[in-house]
Write a new protein. Structure first.
Length: 185
């Protein structure tokens, strides 16, 4: 509210208090414009249509909100035609070609067959992009892919040496010496 009050003082000559009291939106839109924040388009459309319904001229709306006059007319036309601010027809948009339910099922089967398979290997087998498989694993299946780290196998001799050295370190710590000797293979 402090920012809005400062902005209101700066813009006092340009806008009348009557409009601010009538709509209560002027200070918010000026703050948003000044701070360069993006407003959700549907919220902006609702604000425009509320002012249209209140009988405000499109030119005044463009000055209040900071959008083109043609946009005001387009919002009005869209709402009169559809009754909503979104023109969404059934089947509109690009269809899913690779990220389908069948793809999710096949990735799930591949992971259940061999959980040690990595994303790249599954992608090559299914002949799709690695990012598609990665997205299916994370978003649809709720799994995290992780690489299995290869470690060296210890021989029986190495295991005995490590056990002796660990016991030696523990004994040194029990005696209270400040020095700790660390051995490595």
């Amino acid at each position: 509210m402090l920012i809005v009050a400062k902005l209101r003082n700066k813009q006092h000559e340009r806008f009348s208090w009557r409009k601010e009291l009538l709509f209560g939106m002027h200070d918010v839109t000026v703050a948003l414009k000044t701070m360069k924040l993006w407003v959700n388009m549907s919220e902006l459309q609702k604000k425009v249509y509320m002012q249209i319904e209140a009988g405000v001229a499109p030119t005044v709306i463009t000055h209040n909100i900071g959008i083109a006059r043609s946009t005001v007319y387009n919002i009005k036309k869209l709402f009169q035609e559809t009754g909503d601010f979104v023109r969404c027809m059934a089947g509109s948009g690009r269809p899913h070609t690779t990220h389908t339910k069948a793809m999710v099922a096949s990735v799930k089967v591949k992971i259940e067959e061999n959980p040690r398979n990595n994303v790249l290997k599954i992608a090559r087998e299914l002949e799709v992009d690695k990012s598609t498989v990665s997205h299916v694993v994370r978003a649809d299946l709720g799994l995290k892919s992780c690489a299995v780290a290869k470690v060296q196998l210890l021989t029986a001799v190495q295991q005995r040496k490590r056990l002796q050295r660990c016991k030696l370190i523990l004994n040194e710590l029990k005696r209270g010496k400040d020095k700790v000797l660390i051995f490595s293979d």
